[in-house]
Design a binder for this molecule. Structure first.
Ligand SMILES: [Zn+2]
Length: 415
């Protein structure tokens, strides 16, 4: 991890996001290139969730104060919540988490044990009343877009579901080119922040410990870091300034199913209480992108890059050729851009595109043969080859969410 990168500075330089004092501290907006990175990230997460059997929902970012009184947020978490808004005799609150809405969605239908584990996911907004929202940053924000999910399951299914969530997290980190600093088993500490139910804490902690042991992951148990309703496995990352924060999390919750009187109908025909496993693969979109920017210094893996391929016609004579290739890329869903000679010398244009994973140079000879001379961001250069072939290979690497830009060992004959 380089300390030279500060995501706030890079975010502005790269045109990813910014803030305005009139919108307010801790309330960043996303510029087109930042929105492109965010879309790619969100699409990755949703596709991974669909493949793992999750179903997506949408729920509103507000709820009645009563909802959070039932969930326990009001008595245990109100310091982090925005003050309620009076609306026609009732009070509405910007939600501090998605769980209460998901509990209500679960409760709105009856469920048989055959439907469990029921995996409900949402990339949704939530709000935190940070008093010191850092202006210009994505890591401490007041409006959070959370990659969240709740798995409603039987006690017997908790371990498998938590294990599956940790596996999703490991796959996502590989695709994102990031590494956890450590795994933390977050336990309750002293004080009234936590619900008082020692037996439930003990069971939930034993379950998560079992999952960590089975995964073979090194972890540290830390007191005072649990959610108010249950213990968590937190995946910790460290930013450019050496500050640690939680990106991903897996939590076991016996409390909210009880508070919302959730049930499923068992094989015996009787009503049983499900367990809620809360999990987030990439955490909040804001913190994930802040971390990616710092980790990669703006040189994102190809599947996340705002521009994936820059086409560099050597002279005006190859502009038409480059334009056709850009159109072909757009058809294939690749983000390509033409940087023509009007933007300076070839060397200057290559330097300007140094963060773009693929740079395709098209000279007169390449244009005549429908070839390109491909340069990779990591400095590798390939012999001129068929443009169609190059584009198809880039498409395949993007589809694989590969962090490697090309085959690691290119056969000698191909170079
Ligand atoms: Zn939750």
């Amino acid at each position: 991890m380089s300390t030279a990168y500060d995501h706030r500075r890079l975010g502005r330089e790269l045109g990813l996001f910014d803030t305005d004092p009139l919108i307010g501290a801790g309330l960043p907006y996303w510029l087109p290139d930042g929105a492109t990175v965010r879309h790619a990230l969100e699409e990755y997460v949703r596709a991974a969730e669909r493949a793992a059997g999750y179903r997506h929902v949408y729920s509103p970012v507000l709820g009645k104060r009563e909802l959070y009184e039932i969930s326990g947020h009001w008595s245990h978490y109100s310091d982090d919540m925005f003050p309620p808004m009076d609306m026609g005799g009732e009070q509405l609150v910007l939600r501090p988490s998605l769980c209460p809405h998901h509990a209500l969605i679960y409760r709105s239908r009856s469920h048989s044990h055959r439907e469990l584990p029921l995996r409900m996911a949402e990339l949704g907004g939530m709000y935190r009343s940070e008093l010191s929202g850092v202006l210009g940053g994505l890591s401490r924000v007041r409006a959070v877009q959370l990659n969240d999910a709740h798995i409603f399951c039987t006690l017997d299914q908790v371990e498998e579901e938590a294990h599956g969530a940790l596996e999703m997290i490991r796959r996502a980190y590989r695709a994102l080119g990031i590494a956890p600093a450590r795994y933390r088993l977050s336990l309750p500490g002293a004080g009234g922040k936590y619900i008082a139910a020692p037996e439930l804490w003990r069971r939930a902690t034993a379950l998560l410990t079992g999952v960590l042991e089975r995964s073979g992951l090194p972890y540290e148990a830390v007191e005072g870091e649990a959610a108010f309703y249950g213990p968590k496995v937190d995946v910790q990352v460290v930013d450019g300034a050496g500050r640690e924060s939680t990106l991903s999390t897996v939590q076991v919750d016996f409390h909210q199913p009880e508070r919302f009187a959730l049930h499923y109908v068992g094989a015996d025909g009787a009503k049983h209480r499900p367990v809620m496993v809360h999990r987030s693969v990439i955490g909040s979109v804001e913190r994930a992108v802040a971390h990616l920017v710092e980790q990669h210094g703006g040189a994102f893996p190809a599947w996340l890059a705002p521009t994936q391929l820059v086409l560099l016609p050597v002279s005006a004579g190859e502009m038409a050729n480059a334009g056709e290739l850009a159109a072909r890329c757009a058809e294939l869903g690749l983000r390509a851009e033409v940087a023509g000679p009007e933007r300076g010398s070839l060397g200057a244009r290559i330097r300007e595109a140094r963060l773009v994973p693929y740079q395709a140079v098209i000279g007169a000879r390449e244009a005549a043969a429908d070839h390109v001379a491909l340069r990779l961001r990591d400095g590798r250069r390939l012999e001129p080859r068929s443009a169609v072939d190059v584009v198809a290979r880039i498409r395949a690497r993007v589809d694989d969410h590969s962090v490697d830009l090309w085959e690691s060992a290119v056969p000698a004959g191909e170079l």
